[in-house]
Write a protein that binds this ligand. Structure first.
Ligand SMILES: Nc1ccn([C@H]2C[C@H](O)[C@@H](COP(=O)(O)OP(=O)(O)OP(=O)(O)O)O2)c(=O)n1
Length: 120
């Protein structure tokens, strides 16, 4: 990741498939989770997210950035399986909870970065 946006390239990733039973086993390591929900953040809100405590209690952490006012898209989070026994996860399992903050005044122009409208 360089200083300029043009000097930023993301690493390749491999798509993991859930089994016929709807579950997948994750070995210890790092994973990018794509959420089902498409979010539309209004111009007078921003959001942060926290993992469900059940993830933490299972030795799994979830990392997120900031949801900017005006962002629309299907977000992603970094899931890290620290548990040396790995972790079983089911398709559509709920992973995190978003916390919304109302701005003192709405922005005139919302988010216009490279992730706007991703995975509609
Ligand atoms: N876990 C998260 C957190 C945020 N977002 C979305 C909402 C943000 O509005 C958008 C952009 O996030 P950043 O501003 O942190 O992105 P960058 O600074 O990396 O890129 P850019 O400046 O090009 O937007 O990504 C996401 O998809 N997944």
């Amino acid at each position: 990741m360089g200083h300029a946006s043009s000097d930023r390239s993301l690493p390749e990733s491999i798509i993991l498939d859930f089994g016929d039973d709807g579950w997948v086993f994750l070995d210890p390591g790092t994973y990018l989770a794509t959420f089902n929900e498409v979010v539309n953040i209004p111009l007078d809100l921003m959001a942060l997210a926290r993992p469900r405590s059940s993830l933490i209690r299972s030795g799994v952490s979830l990392h997120t950035a900031v949801w900017d006012p005006g962002y629309q898209g299907r977000s992603q989070a970094l899931l890290i399986v620290h548990n040396s026994d790995g972790f079983h996860i089911q398709h559509n399992a709920r992973l995190m909870q978003m916390v919304f903050f109302r701005l003192v005044q709405p922005l005139q122009r919302g988010y216009e970065g490279r992730y706007q409208g991703e995975r509609p």
